[in-house]
Design a protein around this ligand. Structure first.
Ligand SMILES: [Cu+2]
Length: 489
């Protein structure tokens, strides 16, 4: 039930290995133009870089896992791990209540694989546990109804010991649960105004390979890249009008946490988290997204003029682990060169190619079904630490053959997480959703439905109250999650 996925961090200088970074060049242009035309933003005839693709939508055919050569960087061939040839994997998009039924075929040369539906309430037989991998040449079938809240989930390889490598090389895609009637009634942007953005970093190299070769340090602290791919594309841009847009953000990185913000502090309205709509519309100018986490935001480009651009970026922050950030390696030992966790990175460009556009604000959002802490039947504690060079929970490393506890289906529990080594640990539980709380006396209405919890620093997302342990430098943080497991069988 409990899945500890490989996530984490390491450090380095923000040198962008090799070729000049387009963003840096652009920024210089922005600065000089801004100087000449103080107070107005520069206009570009055409953005440089690569137009954002949206991966194909799955149409029910078998999901074939294979190794495929793709052109990710113009002029280069890159070997990827793909589903149906797509990098990243195709978007699986179903309506709430649909039956999800798919055949998965492993055509890899030598590695076993299984696909895990991350965020879905799947019966354990179809959940994609590492125990369920199939060898090259084999296939398996999954079939289960999707009854949960409409939400932005994802799917990825879950082969034990290979998940990090497989996801880095491309075995990951969106799994979106829709309810078109509900979204239309709420007035949420739909269709082409509802844009999935998978954000992941890449460790640059001259051959443009997706080589995954973590050092011992990176095995512990995560595999950080130095540039960002959005929907599998470097230097991505998309053309927008001045209307209201809905973006479904997924952090598909191995370890990198993004502090998302638009240039010029363009406001973002958070409407959804991992488990679906949050019930509140929260306006922020930045928020954090950890590996595996999703968020749905609304953004209006009304304040930009035709042919102006704004950039989605990750702002710099100081990570909270001992000696973290600021160049100090502390207890972590020497890490490889490259941008550290918390270094600023550019993500993508939004270019106003069309004026006008629908600005209609959505209705009040429905309150999501949240587990009530007063119904809790028991409390469990989880202490995360490093023991004898391994990541541990309550002193134990993961084992395929051990069951640590059994939680009765349908009951509410309180789970207390204690982060004893200070590195980031987004927590995610299969078959259940967390509501995280900085304190049990916190008003329930301000809690968010999530399946990922990082000790205290993701919630509450209300910026006015937001205190990030990333900023405090505390090594020992804790958070409480209220959890209600689902009967998925
Ligand atoms: Cu999972």
């Amino acid at each position: 039930m409990f899945s500890q996925e490989n996530l984490n961090l390491q450090q380095h200088e923000p040198s962008f290995n090799g070729e000049p970074n387009r963003r840096k060049v652009l920024k210089k242009g922005l600065l000089s133009t801004g100087f000449l035309f103080a107070g107005s933003r520069p206009a570009f005839a055409v953005p440089s870089g690569n137009e954002l693709p949206v991966p194909a939508t799955w149409d029910g055919e078998p999901l074939v896992v294979d190794e495929t050569n793709r052109q990710i960087w113009p002029g280069y061939t890159t070997t990827c791990l793909t589903v149906n040839g797509s990098f990243p994997a195709p978007i699986i998009r179903l309506n709430q209540g649909d039956l999800f039924s798919a055949q998965i075929i492993n055509r890899l040369n030598s590695q076993a694989v299984v696909l895990h539906w991350h965020g879905l309430l799947a019966p354990s037989a179809y959940d994609g546990h590492p125990r369920q991998v199939v060898s090259p040449g084999q296939s398996y079938q999954v079939s289960f109804p999707v009854h949960q809240e409409p939400s932005t989930c994802w799917y990825h390889s879950h082969s034990h010991g290979l998940t990090g490598e497989h996801v880095y090389k491309g075995l990951a895609g969106f799994f979106i649960i829709d309810n078109p009637e509900r979204d239309a009634a709420l007035g949420l942007p739909t269709g082409t105004r509802d844009v999935p953005l998978m954000i992941r970093d890449w460790k640059s190299n001259t051959t443009r390979s997706l080589s995954y070769a973590p050092s011992n340090f990176e095995h512990m602290w995560g595999y950080l890249g130095d540039t960002v791919l959005v929907n599998g594309t470097p230097d991505a841009w998309m053309s927008v009008d001045q209307g209201l847009w809905r973006f479904r953000l997924l952090n598909g990185s191995n370890a990198r946490v993004y502090r998302l913000a638009f240039s010029d502090n363009l406001p973002m309205t958070i409407i959804g988290s991992d488990g679906g709509l949050t019930g509140e519309k929260t306006s922020v100018t930045s928020f954090d997204l950890g590996p595996g986490q999703r968020a749905e935001i609304l953004v209006s480009f009304a304040n930009l003029r035709s042919r102006q651009s704004t950039f989605l970026k990750s702002l710099a922050f100081t990570e909270g682990r001992p000696g973290g950030g600021g160049g100090g390696m502390g207890g972590g030992g020497g890490g490889p060169a490259g941008p550290r966790q918390g270094d600023a990175l550019d993500i993508m460009e939004f270019y106003v190619g069309t004026t006008g556009g629908d600005q209609t604000d959505p209705q009040e959002l429905p309150t999501p079904p949240l587990p009530k802490p007063e119904l809790s039947r028991r409390t469990r504690s989880f202490a995360m630490n490093i023991t004898n060079g391994n990541h541990t929970i309550n002193g134990l490393t993961y084992s395929l053959s051990r069951n640590d506890f059994t939680a009765p289906a349908g009951e509410v529990e309180i789970w207390q997480f204690q982060n004893q080594n200070g590195m980031h640990h987004p927590m995610h539980c299969h078959g259940a959703f967390f509501v995280s709380s900085p304190g049990m006396d916190q008003a329930i209405s301000s809690l968010l439905t999530m399946d990922c919890v990082t000790p205290s620093w993701f919630t509450p997302m209300k910026q006015s109250e937001w205190q990030s342990p990333l900023e405090t430098g505390e090594a020992n943080t804790s958070c409480t999650a209220i959890i209600s497991s689902m009967n998925t069988t």
